[in-house]
Design a binder for this molecule. Structure first.
Ligand code: ZN
Length: 154
């Protein structure tokens, strides 16, 4: 299977128009196709675009970070968490490396949500293709892109 590396600039907004994320001016985001490096609803559009193309891509939650799963929301006793102040919006890594967000705090319990922070949201990307090239052997072996030019060290 042949893989391409696509580098693109993007601005990500939610349905209200609020900016959630964007690429740096001189640093497009590079990804390798066919390995699930970016959300499927965006990859499926980017692979059909050419260098210099600009487009708005709307991705439904199910093709982005998935629907919110109520089974991933958990109430725990305060004393089950490390000492210290816990407040709504705090994020930390759970036991399986997932990002957990504190969504409610009461006197003796804390609500934790292990859904991706963007789960359940339709996402709107304004994208512009910077470069498209074949993936290098090294990138294919690693399963990810090494930057727009393939030279990124890590
Ligand atoms: Zn690598």
């Amino acid at each position: 299977m042949s893989h391409k590396v696509i580098a693109f600039h993007y601005k990500l907004t939610d349905v209200s128009g609020a900016t959630l994320d964007q690429s740096e001016a001189n640093e497009p985001l590079a990804f390798m196709t066919g390995v699930g490096q970016i959300i499927p609803g965006l990859e499926s559009v980017l692979v059909s675009m050419l260098k210099g193309d600009k487009r708005r891509v709307e991705v439904e939650a199910k093709d982005a970070y998935g629907e919110r799963d109520l089974g991933r929301i958990l109430n725990v006793k305060r004393n089950q968490l490390p000492e210290g102040d816990v407040k709504v919006g705090d994020m930390f890594h759970g036991p399986n490396g997932e990002v957990v967000t504190v969504t409610a705090v009461s006197i003796d319990s804390v609500t934790l949500d292990a859904n991706h922070p963007l789960a359940g949201q339709k996402l709107i990307f304004d994208v512009e293709i910077d470069t498209v090239r074949e993936a290098t052997k090294e990138e294919v072996a690693h399963g990810h892109a090494h930057g727009a030019d393939g030279q990124h060290q890590h």
